[in-house]
Write a protein of this length. Structure first.
Length: 245
């Protein structure tokens, strides 16, 4: 946790030094969308048409890191995919040495990993009904459950349900700060979250690659428990040399 705090503090210093005091110290979602290769059509055909978090982390490893959002702000809010800009990786800010995939559809490993890692975890969800979200705790109960996993987002915190108060997952989306609650969504964490499951009958919209099954069993509100991945070996990168700091 201390290491993650040090990294965030460093990114904050870099932005402040650029006079970008109001800019959040976040990494470039656009670099992931535009530069992640998807040769087996995993979850789509690449770019805004789909890929997976695992492929994105492989890309970051190969590129030696990823730049901050200030170097390449998000441009794909309306579904377009600009070509990869190789030069932005010369200003990589954070690198990784690998990533860990958590057990599918398991509640407690995800909660534990988020707590122990002290950093965000990438999760895949069914965001079919998220476009009009503008605040509050979103539930999929009115639809009988949303299990067609089709979107990758960033889990940053959670609150467990207690004394009839709703629990929730706090998630950062990639659709800009004007969406939701300043770019975030609170997604319901049900009391029976690990047992709230259904069949994803369109797996190739989310994670499946060429040759994989067309159906998968998915659990959690909007399928949040199905595929969870977090990076390992996080480190700062010296933009002048591309080496670890």
């Amino acid at each position: 946790m201390e290491a993650n705090a040090t990294m965030v503090a460093h990114l904050r210093e870099v932005l402040d030094g650029m006079g970008k005091t109001s800019q959040h110290p976040t990494l470039s979602s656009q670099a992931m969308v535009s530069c992640t290769k998807n040769e087996r059509n995993c979850g789509g055909s690449g770019g805004c048409d789909g890929a997976t978090v695992e492929l994105a982390y492989e890309m970051i490893k190969e590129r030696g890191g990823i730049p901050m959002a200030i170097e390449w702000p998000y441009e794909s809010g309306f579904g377009s995919t600009p070509e990869c800009k190789d030069h932005v990786f010369q200003k990589a800010a954070i690198g990784i040495t690998g990533y860990e995939v958590l057990p599918a559809n398991k509640l407690h490993p995800l909660m534990q990993a988020l707590y122990e890692s002290g950093g965000a975890i990438a999760v895949s969800v069914d965001a079919t009904h998220w476009s009009m979200y503008d605040g509050g705790i979103l539930s999929d109960s009115e639809h009988g459950g949303d299990f067609t996993v089709n979107h990758a987002v960033t889990l940053v915190a959670y609150k467990t349900p207690k004394n009839k108060a709703m629990g929730y997952w706090l998630i950062k989306n990639s659709w800009g700060n004007t969406w939701g609650e300043d770019g975030f969504i609170r997604l319901e964490m049900k009391e029976n979250e690990g047992e709230h499951c259904g069949m994803d009958k369109e797996t190739h919209k989310g994670l499946a690659c060429d040759g994989d099954p067309d159906e998968a069993w998915v659990c959690g509100t909007c399928g949040v428990l199905y595929d969870s991945v977090y990076p390992t070996g996080l480190h700062l990168v010296d933009p002048s040399s591309g080496k670890k700091l």
